[in-house]
Design a protein around this ligand. Sequence first.
Ligand code: ATP
Length: 300
Amino acid sequence: LLQLFRPLDMLGWVYRSIRQGLIDMEAMFDLLDTPAEVVDVPGAPTLAVSRGHVRFDDVVFGYEPERQILKGVTIDVPAGTSCAVVGPSGAGKSTLARLLYRFYDPQSGRITIDGQDIAAVQQNSLRAAIGIVPQDTVLFNDTIGYNIGYGREGAGQAEVERAAEGAAIDVFIAALPDRYEAMVGERGLKLSGGEKQRVAIARTLLKNPPVLILDEATSALDSRTEEAIQDTLDRIATSRTTITIAHRLSTIVGADQIVVLDGGRVAERGTHAELLRRGGLYAELWVRQAAERELEQAAE
Ligand code: ATP
């Protein structure tokens, strides 16, 4: 009976994790060693990324066939630019990120990177090209050095330290008694939300992917930590194609393009200034969040 419970436990964990949003999917696949729902077509070529142009082309998708979550979504993210996806809760923002990572395949339409349909290439090569800084980073019960080095197999200590520096967590680590050998995770040092996010950023810096997905945490960090992390994220996003799943509009004001999803469709798109001028859903969300921000800052 115990043997039966373990997989059930695992399934529960996976389900909760998926519901919470994008957790570190690579970690999840590795931990469970289960095949993803999608399979490579025999003889699939590897993805050849030249510049990292990402395109969602009339994508239709539902987790269950009878309930469509994305109802024909087209988003074009030119190489090296940033695109923020915003919209009400449940609009399908994280679903877009899951499809890009090919956790699932669209029911119709396609997603391409540099013109290649991601459903037609080897999954490993696709996932090697995409870095994710998730909402909630999974830490292994191992050293903090291992947790960063996980970003790229075979990374040396010097590279791990450089990544930690890039993610601005080097000073924190230097102050730990065991430095990079300090144990973290459930059975070690507990890191704060902001510190965990920096570990995820350091991992991503090591991976150095041309395409980046930033899945903003729903739980707010205090505004000073948030600003500091935002600076780091802006830095690592330079010269990469970046898709941000955003909950707080204040973090995406500078995005090259903002896409407003509503009810599984693109309701509006444009820059922050364009969308404010338009006076639609985005402008409405902006006004509401600005009022909330003022209240929060008054409370801090
Ligand atoms: P939020 O801002 O709350 O994170 P979101 O826009 O990112 O929301 P998604 O996580 O993409 O929304 O979810 C879109 C819809 O799909 C929701 O109605 C959600 O309940 C449903 N959904 C998400 N994951 C699954 C799943 N694994 N199985 C079935 N339905 C799911």
